[in-house]
Design a binder for this molecule. Structure first.
Ligand SMILES: Nc1ncnc2c1ncn2[C@@H]1O[C@H](COP(=O)(O)OP(=O)(O)OP(=O)(O)O)[C@@H](O)[C@H]1O
Ligand SMILES: Cc1ncc(CO)c(N)n1
Length: 433
């Protein structure tokens, strides 16, 4: 998936284009970028702004539209009227989700939209928005109305919707009991997404929020699903905010989320492989991905249930959890001990046809015979560890696949290994179907 971020450069990487690259990368998404302005800022102060020329902006956009399929666009800092008009000319015919984060002032007080550009921002940028995400102050500023008992968030959101945005989210409305809420006005419905307020002043949460929304919309999720996803994503990024500079904290995403994201994407794609139900064994399938240097199954992410066969479909029953898999995770741990780069694995049904496809596809295959298993291993219950080590020992190279043909009362099994879930998936595609 390719997402385009149009916005300003923040050299401290806490917000703007650089923050978007970090966030989209954490979501395993390729980021295209078009810079509207260069800023000098850090976590304490805002310096100066140098906007790019209309010509430079137009050329950047054209070069991307000529080359890439773009699945969604995020618009952040636009700064002046010239920039606004070029963006409008280039984007107004597009039929992909566009999320507009009205960037007006920075946390540190910098002016990110010229006052005489506000009119054109309303006229040209707001109507491009599939979703617009003003915070409370920005919503009040754009609608020229203070939120009050009379002027509810709904009334203010409606004013912004009337400027042309399809869906409006007013973020960061503080409530009682340490709650912070986002008010949402879709075309025909309104709702509030509420949650706990984290007591951290940060740089980047608004950027992360709009980035996560466009990511989710580009994946064809609904507005509501995307907003819930973005809220959780932003919450995690604030929780994980770090003191990198001397001033406010910079939001970040834990790498665990990346592990989850990668595995979750691969599982979704696995379930969509045509005829894959034929490869699900009686004991069902688990797909795992470990942290670097895993010590135990607690460091291995897996499905707390299984991927199960439901007639000719497969469905995921359970959630992704560290420690969610026992058998496949144990096999992975043995493999990872010898080959630390191998961090992902899946178990599939043993079938002779699959084994011959594996051999034809030039993948490296190892195997073990459970009937040769020493008695003490059986008693200790460490069959998998013994089997994987046996197969590794008898293989000159890193095995892509290890299988065993079962034993009395034990189902035969194939395990496919790889560096990442994506890597495992590629191998599966070679040997199934
Ligand atoms: N302290 C907090 N604790 C929990 N959630 C928060 C907190 N602050 C903001 N959020 C949530 O983060 C998301 C982004 O909103 P936020 O108000 O930070 O945007 P913003 O003010 O535009 O940010 P920025 O100034 O960084 O661009 C919203 O879903 C909001 O409710
Ligand atoms: C470049 C840029 N975009 C957005 C923001 C808003 O946080 C910022 N401070 N800087």
């Amino acid at each position: 998936m390719n997402i385009l971020s149009i916005g300003g450069s923040d050299p401290s990487s806490g917000a703007g284009i650089q923050s978007d690259i970090r966030m989209f990368s954490a979501l395993n998404t390729y980021t295209l970028t078009v810079i509207t302005a260069i800023t000098s800022q850090n976590t304490s102060n805002f310096g100066i702004v140098e906007p790019v020329s209309s010509k430079m902006l137009k050329k950047q956009l054209e070069s991307l539209f000529l080359d890439f399929k773009i699945d969604g666009i995020k618009i952040g800092m636009v700064y002046n009227s010239k920039i606004i008009k070029v963006i409008y000319q280039q984007l107004n015919k597009l039929k992909i989700p566009i999320v507009v984060d009205p960037v007006i002032k920075s946390t540190t007080g910098g002016k990110l939209l010229e006052i005489n550009a506000v009119k054109d921002f309303k006229k040209y940028i707001i109507p491009l928005a599939t979703v617009i995400t003003p915070n409370k102050d920005e919503a009040e500023f754009l609608s020229k109305t203070k939120i009050s008992r009379k002027n509810t968030p709904k009334i203010i959101a409606k004013k912004i919707q009337d400027m042309g945005a399809k869906n409006v989210v007013i973020t960061g409305i503080e409530g009682r009991n340490n709650k912070i809420s986002d008010f949402v006005l879709e075309k025909n419905t309104k709702y509030v997404i509420s949650g706990e307020k984290i007591s951290k002043i940060n740089h980047g949460s608004g950027c992360n929020h709009s980035a996560a929304i466009v990511y989710s919309l580009a994946k064809k999720k609904s507005i509501k699903e995307s907003l819930y996803f973005a809220r959780k994503f932003t919450y995690d990024s604030i929780k994980n905010a770090k003191k990198i500079g001397k001033g406010v904290l910079i939001t970040d995403i834990q790498s665990e989320d990346k592990i989850k994201e990668d595995l979750s994407n691969a599982i979704n794609r696995f379930t969509e492989i045509k005829g894959i139900y034929k490869n699900i064994p009686e004991c069902q399938t688990n797909f795992v991905f470990s942290k670097q240097k895993p010590k135990s199954t607690k460091d291995v992410l897996g499905i707390s249930g299984r991927i199960v066969k439901a007639e000719k479909r497969v469905i995921v029953a359970g959630e992704l959890k560290y420690g969610g898999s026992k058998h496949v995770a144990t096999a992975l741990l043995s493999m990872n001990k010898k080959y630390p780069q191998i961090c992902s694995a899946i178990n599939l049904k043993y079938q002779k046809t699959t084994i011959s496809k594996i051999k034809k596809s030039k993948l490296i295959v190892g195997s073990y015979d459970r009937s040769l298993e020493p008695k003490d291993v059986k008693i200790k219950g460490s069959t998998i560890k013994w089997g994987i080590n046996f197969a590794i020992k008898n293989s000159k190279n890193i095995p892509d696949v290890i299988y065993h043909k079962g034993d009395f009362g034990k189902e035969p099994m194939i395990i496919v290994f790889g560096k990442t879930p994506e890597n495992v998936l590629k191998k599966i595609l070679k040997i199934t179907g």
